[in-house]
Design a protein around this ligand. Structure first.
Ligand code: ZN
Length: 161
């Protein structure tokens, strides 16, 4: 893990400083096992923890295996069927808004990216101790379901960290 100032994403790459690209808090490189975090986050410890956990759980998702990933997707599907709106982070929220009716059934790339980002945002929300946050827009009832899902996940011996 390393820190860099003025992180921006451009053409799928992470750059530090300069006017181009879109400002981001962090980026993860799964193959090289690297997380790069915006150094300005050091002044905001709670936000730093939330962003770090989100990135860390990208690595958890990668190694989670299909049964666990499908279990999470089933939870999300139930939420969508019940009309649950909102998310636990902008990363998942933006992707949820772009989902079309056929994305879930076909397990499209859009759906799989949404599932991954919602997993990482949820872990960061539920484990990060951020309390209320402007990005936490998912209803409390739905949030509690996700908390129970994560509790059962962390209770499995093979997945204990
Ligand atoms: Zn992410």
């Amino acid at each position: 893990m390393r820190l860099a100032p003025e992180l921006r994403a451009r053409d799928g790459r992470l750059i530090s400083g300069g006017p181009s690209g879109v400002p981001v808090h962090a980026g993860s490189f799964l193959r090289t096992r690297e997380i790069v975090l915006e150094s300005a986050l050091l002044d905001q410890p709670v936000e730093f923890a939330r962003i770090f956990l989100h990135e860390l759980f990208h690595f958890v998702w990668l190694r989670a295996g299909n049964p666990l990933r499908r279990s999470w997707e089933a939870l999300l599907e139930d939420e969508l069927r019940s009309g649950a709106r909102g998310e636990l982070g902008w990363s998942a929220d933006g992707r949820k808004r772009r989902l079309g009716p056929r994305d879930r059934a076909s397990r499209s790339r859009r759906w799989r990216e949404y599932a991954c980002e919602s997993f990482c945002d949820s872990a960061a929300c539920l484990l990060g101790g951020a309390g209320d946050h402007e990005e936490f827009t998912l209803a409390r009832r739905v949030r509690e379901n996700r908390r129970r899902w994560f509790q059962s996940l962390l209770g499995r011996p093979a997945l204990r960290v």
